[in-house]
Design a protein around this ligand. Structure first.
Ligand code: B3K
Ligand code: ZN
Length: 845
């Protein structure tokens, strides 16, 4: 397979002045006719006329009305063309029904839909399928299906056809088409300049009752982007469509967002609070792309973080504004450590802006998205909120309608602030998670923090240079008062000291407040200091972080001495915080969480100890059991405090209470054999309550009846059944996880070609840390078997799920050997996709 390099970028030899597409839809023989006006691109030197095209049957082609016979390869076509503007016309045939890769034009249960990002448009027709070629599209769809949609504004329609026109120039990856028997949930939004926008959420008959929340989220997003970024919507209609078979969450096609139904459909009975919050965030994310991604797009796919990092950053600001900022921040950091850190610390590590790829779909990663967003958060912290706002205004003003680079992005900050961002730019080019260690000293009333930063080598990058690190620090007096409020230290050297004079007593430092930089902080804080911070820190993130540090220390101690129980002093201190009714219940629920078993494995590995997944699981279980017994008497009062009396609402306040209630129920189930969980399961009128009861029953080993009842109640609802499949595997005792997975993959409703269902089962197995790392390698083999099978149908989802193996180097030689063997089996599969080949090759290094 060919490797593409950032350094090789050259512009396309032609510009596209307009595109007219006609689709005659038929499941196995859709005809696509394209009429494209090309002109020589004055900015280009290479005039080779190459159009991408894959899996297309070319019926005919013409230039300026005269038939031509292009030179066709499996990747596209070339053809001699005039040295002046010309009209290209082509007709191709495609078979959406046979398209199981879910990229290009495909079918999902009788409806047609598309997914073009990153390079799917070339499976629809011949075209310069690259994001720097932007054009105005007009589309005509011919089909007997009742609803026919494409980008932009609606044009004429008649019996069996509809036309659409998108006035905004766009790259082909934002093209979309939908046709099906769909119902609309409609609403209206008036932009601040008075444009009336029709909003529609299109769903299958039967799903109409699951649309209200998504629609509210859309309107909130539209308002928020006007209020906070001054960005208005720019078409007469905004359509969202829910699709059951989709490789990821959703797609920001211009004016026609297409969503995985799991990322948009919601109702109290079928969706958890976490689902509601995720849906709100994804709707916002896709909507925000209208400016950060669509109006201003990427020059090439190496610049993916330009739109993704920024849009993730924007959607996290939105969620922080609508809900609780500290709760959102803690959740994001948990997620970063669970997904991005392992990626950055293993064989798949790559810069936020990668320099090469074979298959771009493999780079829609936690590094590009979430670390990309962290980089923007740091930039904002460094320049300040006002300068950030001015830089963004300049970005929109200067680059509207353009396909841009990270250089363009940084330049608006340099031009706004006069700052030189050359060193900061390393965040885009240097892979790996910096490790930041700190030493403290106190003399002559001056307190000094000395930091050292070091980024370990990553594949292809042995030597690392110091990064710019914004380190937010506050200092507390021994009595708990804050003597130095949050101060931003700007570290640029490998080693650097910062002093705080005039402090009559040695303070306790709260370092990296709000997780101000995405680093691993190596701090030898004593147990007493962490207990002090847990009790007194004014920064909610670091208060939580102190408890995390105590949790890690306690679990590590239990692991090195299996006779030990959990740290009692910490549990006492934690209970005080948990019982503080002045604190947000959602925050208290987060404090009840433990670091994941995978995170503990990583920490052991970094400390030079080979992690034993079973021992880690046993320690975590022992910890949970001991805590439940110790706090038994307090649980009823906590459960009472978490009770919601009002009618169900997915808002942050109620959701926080239910999160606390769920955590309390999990503890209760460890001491009452599942009695309280059973009662909650029977009485539940919302999915959050029902599912938390079910998972508590699974851990208590008392879920058989509830699982059967749940299945009988929900077998008609795919999204709910995904949960039923998932929790049985994710919460299975480690020695059972493989057998449970095997049994469930034989269930008649295990539709393995549906990405949601596949992930619900095999993804859950990979998440069951001790179950996945079973010593005999049975889980590795089971996953590899399924990945081999799926790769022939759906390379994208297969390649994505190979990341289950990304941390193989952490474990003992026997497990490493078995993981390598499983990956080797994949690698040696004849006809393995480019997507999966690249992933396996990187994993095996
Ligand atoms: N831009 C899409 C992701 C496309 C993934 C292609 N493999 C969704 C998003 O980030 O909003
Ligand atoms: Zn995105």
């Amino acid at each position: 397979p060919q490797t593409i390099y950032l350094k090789d970028y050259t512009p396309f030899g032609f510009t596209v002045e307009k595109v007219e597409l006609t689709f005659r839809l038929a499941p196995t023989a859709t005809r696509v006719t394209s009429r494209i006006r090309f002109a020589p691109n004055p900015a280009a030197t290479d005039r080779t006329f190459f159009l991408h095209g894959e899996e297309l049957k070319l019926i005919r082609a013409a230039i300026d009305g005269a038939e031509v016979t292009p030179d066709v390869t499996p990747q596209g076509l070339t053809c001699p063309v005039p040295d002046a503007p010309f009209d290209w016309e082509a007709e191709v045939e495609i078979a959406p029904e046979d398209n199981t890769a879910l990229e290009g034009l495909y079918m999902s249960r009788g409806m047609y839909c598309t997914q073009c990002e990153a390079e799917g448009f070339r499976k629809i027709t011949y075209y310069p399928d690259r994001p720097d070629v932007m054009a105005v599209f007009s589309v005509r769809i011919e089909s007997d299906l009742p609803v026919l949609l494409s980008n932009g504004n609606p044009g004429d329609t008649g019996a069996g056809w509809a036309e659409w026109h998108d006035p905004w120039p766009k790259p082909a990856y934002l093209f979309a088409l939908v046709a099906g028997d769909l119902r609309a949930h409609s609403d209206r939004f008036t932009t601040r300049s008075g444009r009336a926008v029709d909003l529609n959420l299109w769903v299958r008959p039967g799903d109409e009752g699951k649309c209200a929340w998504g629609m509210e989220a859309l309107k909130k997003s539209m308002r928020w982007d006007e209020d906070v970024y001054g960005r208005e919507y720019d078409l007469d209609v905004f359509n969202i469509v829910a699709v059951d078979d989709f490789n990821m969450g959703a797609m920001e096609n211009k004016g026609l967002n297409i969503f995985n139904s799991s990322a948009v459909l919601a109702s109290p009975e079928t969706s958890t609070d976490a689902n509601f919050e995720r849906i709100e965030a994804i709707i916002a994310h896709e909507y925000f792309h209208n400016w950060t991604g669509n109006r201003i797009t990427c020059r090439d796919w190496f610049q993916l973080c330009l739109k993704e990092g920024l849009t993730v950053f924007r959607d996290s600001q939105f969620t922080s504004d609508l809900r609780s900022a500290p709760v959102k921040r803690i959740g994001d950091v948990i997620d970063l450590r669970a997904r991005q850190f392992p990626e950055d610390q293993g064989p798949l590590s790559h810069p936020v802006r990668p320099e090469s790829f074979q298959e771009i779909n493999n780079f829609y990663t936690a590094t590009v998205y979430e670390k990309g967003a962290e980089v923007i958060g740091m930039l904002k912290r460094l320049v300040g909120d006002d300068a950030y706002a001015r830089a963004l205004d300049l970005y929109f003003e200067r680059h509207d309608g353009q396909a841009c680079t990270i250089e363009d992005w940084l330049r608006v900050f340099e031009d706004t602030t006069g700052r030189d961002l050359a060193q900061f730019k390393r965040w885009y080019s240097q892979a790996g998670t910096p490790r930041l260690s700190v030493e403290e000293s106190y003399a002559d009333a001056t307190y000094t923090l000395t930091f050292r930063q070091h980024t370990p080598p990553t594949p292809g990058q042995d030597e690392k240079l110091p990064q710019v690190l914004p380190i937010a620090v506050g200092l507390l007096n021994p009595n708990g008062d804050e003597v130095v409020p949050t101060t931003l230290l700007e570290m640029t050297e490998a080693e650097q000291s910062f002093s705080f004079p005039n402090l009559p007593a040695r303070p306790v430092a709260s370092i990296l407040r709000g997780f101000s930089a995405p680093v691993v902080l190596e701090r030898d804080a004593s147990r007493e200091e962490n207990l002090f911070l847990l009790a007194h820190d004014t920064d909610p993130f670091n208060r939580w972080e102190a408890s995390r540090a105590l949790a890690v220390a306690s679990l590590m101690n239990m692991l090195s001495d299996p006779a030990r129980g959990p740290d009692g002093a910490w549990l006492d201190a934690l209970l005080d915080v948990i019982r503080d009714s002045a604190l947000d219940p959602a925050y208290r629920a987060l404090l009840l969480g433990l670091p994941s078993e995978s995170e503990l494995a990583q920490r052991l590995y970094e400390a030079g100890t080979t992690p034993d997944p079973e021992a880690i699981h046993a320690a975590a279980e022992k910890h949970r059991q001991a805590r439940a017994e110790l706090w038994q008497a307090q649980l009823p009062a906590l459960a009472e405090e978490a009770r919601v009396d009002a009618p169900f609402s997915p808002d942050a306040a109620q959701a926080g209470k239910r999160a606390l209630g769920g955590a309390v129920l999990a503890m209760q189930s460890r001491v009452d054999g599942g009695k309280a969980a059973s009662a909650q399961f029977d009485a539940a009128d919302n999915m959050t309550a029902q599912l938390s009861a079910l998972t508590s029953l699974i851990t208590a080993g008392a879920a058989d009846d509830a699982l059967a009842a749940f299945e009988a109640q929900w077998r008609h609802d795919r999204l709910v059944m995904d949960k039923w499949f998932g929790v049985q595997i994710a919460f299975a005792p480690p020695h059972d996880a493989v057998d449970v997975t095997r049994r469930l993959t034989e269930h008649p409703d295990f539709d393995w070609k549906n990405p949601n269902r596949f992930r619900a089962c095999l993804g859950a197995l990979a998440m069951n840390h001790a179950g996945f790392h079973r010593a005999d390698g049975a889980a590795y083999d089971l996953l590899a078997d399924w990945l081999i099978r799926l790769d022939a149908k759906n390379p994208q989802t297969t390649a994505r799920m190979c990341t289950a193996f990304q941390s193989w180097k952490r474990y003992d030689a026997a497990r490493q050997e078995k993981m390598r063997a499983a990956l080797g089996r994949l690698r040696d599969q004849p006809g393995l996709s480019r997507d999966t080949s690249e992933m396996v090759a990187r994993l095996l290094g």
